[in-house]
Design a binder for this molecule. Structure first.
Ligand code: HEM
Length: 438
């Protein structure tokens, strides 16, 4: 395992990974206090309770969610902005969630298929015939899609400015929160302050125009006008928050998909056959991809589902008890952290037999309730799950029809960037199929 992110979250993750490893592989119970399916330990001095069954996870995230508030590292809250929906519970969260969700429902997503396809067509040729860092390229793709869903098609100099500042800022997400000159965190805080100014100019421009424009920003400004519920800084924090939530996650999953398809020639062939059939239909009808085509991508969808399970890039989530809570007869005092372990559920041998195997066909049947949680569950579950799947399907359609890829180097392993990804971000050589046959 390579650690190249010298930050607290990486250590925390590794520490947790070690705990989970001990829990499952070694059966070592003496370093925890056990109670049924719950165990207690300390993470960086905080008393923490881990829950690893579907039932308890549902209890914490759905049934009694009001008793467990989300908690994030200070760096995230400072940089994303304290008014972003992740950090809230209750009315404010519910209203914002509704607004954000409205930008990612199928009716809205349908209209963005052609834009996502345009982004894919722009990126893929630039990857041909050289060794690429897959994670980096997938981040470029997912970032462009995130910007599209937040700002719509309008591209101006301010949006370019936001892109640049955002990249400086994300350098501080996983750093120690020291504001010393030259530190990544200090630079990130500065970039975030400048982002406020740029966002204000973008918002002012939209107010001067006819209507509020497209994307999530348009929706938030529209609601601001109607209900006066949101201030400009609340709008800005949520725009930045969605960009943050949308791209590293999707890029990490895409990187795993390319790895699994590379390692499993049989699955890759079957996906290619499925996608070639769709391509033939598009040629016959003389049109581009549309929403309806995704219904005919059953196997590709199963590959995405299985990758989300095996890679479990969001391995767990953090909550904090807002009062003393009893869970399965175990008292969790107010202020303790509670961590539902999604990865433990996705890798339970009882729920997913031969759990370590990449086997998309296991999703021919629906998973049992609360046993498949790549996008979380309950009030804080992911509003972007359909967008994430859509961008993966569009990319896979073009990639499998037109390209083949080889992993460069022999190294196997996992690296935390900050999500678990194949080592080195998966170096790949991508070639166009036509060149292979010449
Ligand atoms: C494969 C990609 C993705 C994965 C695996 C993923 C996973 C998750 C998970 C597990 C949560 C819940 C966290 C918790 O309960 O503490 C979450 C929340 C969230 N996700 Fe995603 N996500 C992905 C892509 C996206 C995209 C594309 C967007 C863009 C809209 C997005 C926006 C959000 C937001 C705004 C939240 C916070 C929701 C709230 O607190 O109410 N995510 N995501």
């Amino acid at each position: 395992m390579v650690i190249n992110n010298n930050n607290m979250e990486t250590y925390l993750f590794l520490f947790l990974a070690l705990l989970v490893l001990m829990f499952f592989s070694l059966g070592v119970k003496w370093c925890f206090i056990w109670h049924g399916d719950i165990f207690k330990t300390h993470i960086l001095g905080c008393p923490s309770v881990m829950v690893s069954t579907p039932e308890l996870t549902k209890d914490v995230l759905v049934n009694r969610a009001h008793l467990f508030k989300p908690t994030y590292p200070l760096t995230k809250e400072t940089l994303i902005g304290p008014k972003a929906l992740f950090f809230h519970q209750g009315d404010y969260h519910a209203k914002l969630k509704k607004l954000v969700q409205a930008s990612f429902v199928p009716n809205v997503l349908k209209a963005s298929v052609c834009d996502i396809e345009r982004i894919v067509r722009g990126i893929l040729p630039s990857l041909e015939n050289k060794t690429i860092n897959t994670l980096k390229e997938m981040k470029r793709f997912a970032f462009d899609v995130a910007m599209l869903s937040v700002f719509g098609r309008t591209y101006d100099v301010e949006i370019e400015g936001i892109k640049e500042l955002y990249h400086i800022m994300e350098g501080g997400y996983n750093s120690m929160p020291f504001k010393l000159p030259g530190t990544p965190f200090k630079k990130a805080v500065k970039a975030r302050e400048l982002l406020n100014g740029t966002m204000r100019r973008v918002i002012d421009k939209r107010r001067e125009g006819n209507g509020y424009g497209a994307g999530l920003l348009g929706k938030l400004l529209e609601s601001q006008d109607m209900s006066k519920m949101l201030s400009d800084s609340q709008v800005a924090d949520n725009v930045i928050g969605v960009i943050f939530a949308a791209h590293d996650t999707t890029a990490s999953v895409l990187t795993w998909i390319l790895k699994y398809l590379h390692d499993s020639a049989e699955v890759l062939n079957a996906v290619t056959v499925e996608q070639e059939k769709i391509r033939r239909r598009l040629i016959e009808d003389d049109r581009d991809l549309s929403w309806e085509d995704f219904k005919n991508m059953q196997l590709t969808n199963q590959v995405i589902q299985e990758t989300l399970r095996t890679s479990s890039i969001i391995s767990f989530t953090f909550r904090e008890a807002v009062e003393d809570v009893e869970l399965e007869g175990f008292l969790i005092p107010k202020g303790w952290k509670v961590l539902p372990l999604f990865r433990a559920i996705h890798h339970s041998e009882e729920i997913y037999p031969e759990h370590e195997k990449f086997n998309p066909s296991r999703f021919e049947a629906q998973p049992r309730p609360n046993t498949y949680l790549p996008f979380g569950t309950g009030g804080h579950s992911c509003p972007g799950s359909e967008l994430a799947k859509l961008e993966m399907l569009v990319l896979l359609h073009h990639l499998t029809n037109d390209y083949r890829w080889e992993v460069v180097g022999e190294k196997e392993g996992i690296q935390y960037m900050p999500f678990p990804v194949p080592i080195g971000g998966l170096p790949l050589k991508i070639t166009h199929k036509e060149e292979q046959t010449n």
